[in-house]
Design a protein around this ligand. Sequence first.
Ligand code: GLA
Length: 387
Amino acid sequence: MNLRITSRHWSLSTVLCLFICAGASTVLAQDTTVARTPPMGWNSWNHFACKVNDQVVRAAADTIVSSGMKAAGYIYVNIDDCWEGKRDDVGIIRANEKFPDMRALADYVHSQGLKLGIYSSPGPKTCAGFEGSFGHEEQDAQTYAGWGIDYLKYDYCSFRGDVAAQIAAYKKMHDALVKTGRPIVFSLCQYGMDRVWAWAPSVGGNLWRTTDDISDDYDRMAYLGFGQKGLERFAGPGHWNDPDMLEVGNGKMTSDEYRTHMSLWCLLAAPLLAGNDLAKMSPETLAILTNSEVVGLDQDSAGIQGRRVAQEGPLEVWVKPLADGSKAVGLFNRGESIMPVTAYFQDVGAGESADVRDLWARKDLGVFKGQFTTQVPKHGVVLVKIK
Ligand code: GLA
């Protein structure tokens, strides 16, 4: 992150390129062989950062299975930065001493019915200063495929270049991945610069970060999550906006705040990559991550990203239309004390009279006419399905 260059300068070539790429996306849009619904899994970065190693990844895979997370849909076990070693004489990347045998690790993860993800950069160095893929794209893609990798997060970091150069660099790696013949989810990470959402599908992106890094902090999470307003038209099956990984269970937010985080990410059809220490997770954290009715919104087959339909100061109502015609509705209170929040059925696209079910409480609340009003705690949410 410290190595990144942020250029928000819009040159003529930038504007031209965005125009051309917007057109190109209809032709080149990522197919839905992978990531038909937002990817779900775990990533090492938010909790372990550079302390990740083979044991940590195996333990995460074990817990995903034993805890019921796999059954809830969490499939990808993703190694983030800090796995990289040196290149050999012919330029082939090797893992460092913390990952003695990447192929064996992939076999282990696959034997659990899970998939393995890895991380690199289009620049010469990753954000933590390890080897990036610059100049070695094809070699690296082949190496990953040979190991059995199923997901690549490709992080801008030390890359230098305007938007046209970024597009070329991300496309280069995508083409290299395609050439391996192995289905590999392609995750762009360049922090939402240069309207990435407008061109990421055209370079094969299955997901693209729309923001700089999340942290385990309510204000930061809320700034990123609620800031997705307006990006909904860029997401759909096979290509998703990514407001960064989950912090649920990392300890610095309240339960209401973590439920807000999870509810918002599911309404946004965001990738759900848990970022906590799974082996030490509390029953409450597990319950937040695996509530099937909440996760079901994220994974809904229609693949529609939710949008904000009403705001009154710190009170917001967000809606995600679902494949069965019902609406998932989040009533959020970003304020500092408990307050009533109202969802008007006209705003959410429901009929005059509708059934309301509370998804966190897993409870039918009855039939309501015209509107639904409920008390929402400070920084909290009431998440309902309206039918
Ligand atoms: C950047 C990314 C993070 C993480 C780190 C690793 O900051 O945004 O998600 O991958 O790099 O160094």
